[in-house]
Design a protein around this ligand. Structure first.
Ligand SMILES: Cc1cc2nc3c(=O)[nH]c(=O)nc-3n(C[C@H](O)[C@H](O)[C@H](O)COP(=O)(O)O)c2cc1C
Length: 190
């Protein structure tokens, strides 16, 4: 099982990273192969709307640090997207990555029977952390992106949503969240 884990927060020891680490740690123990990147440390741009991936190439034509990441996602079974909630959405780093996933769609993605280029049975695991303790707040984020990922061949998607965690120390008392990450890893990588 191949897992790509993308840390979407600039805080490498932050809440979303801690949850992603728990998930990936269990998955590795189960024999999964995990490749991970801190998006904030990569040199890349968002989609440039050049449509190179819809004409001269079936891949993103931008030559930057994300090329290797996109290739790993193509070959993955699970994509872990760990993001803090910033202004009611994913972080800018995660959004820029998502926009580059445009290269996973075929040129005629509006009409084609199979609209994506990815093979295999893929699952999205989204990890969202937010300061607000209100579980209803920002609950639109996951369904919105899971719909787009379904377009791109991720038939299944799972969410770990940690609310009321502002500082990394806030997560220390949240064994329920770590348990959820553990159980999900057992289920998907077991
Ligand atoms: C720029 C910025 C915007 C934020 N926007 C929100 C927000 O809209 N809603 C919220 O509940 N928390 C918001 N927060 C708090 C973070 O979501 C919260 O601290 C989260 O746990 C950070 O995750 P991390 O430790 O993985 O970086 C914001 C924090 C920052 C720095």
């Amino acid at each position: 099982m191949n897992i790509v884990c993308l840390y979407g927060s600039p805080r490498v020891k932050g809440n979303s990273a801690a949850i992603a680490n728990k998930f990936c740690g269990i998955a590795v123990n189960k024999g999964a192969n995990v490749k991970s990147w801190v998006l904030n440390k990569l040199n890349f741009r968002g989609c440039q709307a050049c449509y190179g991936c819809k004409g001269k190439s079936d891949k993103c034509v931008l030559k930057d640090d994300l090329a290797e990441v996109l290739e790993a996602v193509r070959n993955s079974d699970i994509l872990v997207l760990a993001s803090p909630v910033y202004y009611g959405d994913v972080s800018a780093q995660v959004k820029a990555f998502i926009d580059r996933n445009f290269s996973f769609l075929v040129p005629d993605y509006v009409h084609a029977a199979k609209i994506h280029r990815l093979e295999g049975d893929k699952t999205l695991v989204m990890i969202l952390t937010q300061g607000s303790p209100d579980k209803e707040a920002f609950k639109d984020i996951f369904p919105r992106y899971s719909t787009f990922y379904k377009w791109m061949g991720f038939e299944k998607s799972e969410l770990i949503h940690a609310c009321g965690v502002m500082e990394p120390s806030d997560l220390k008392n949240r064994q329920d969240i770590f348990k959820q990450a553990e159980e999900l890893a057992e289920k998907l990588a077991g």
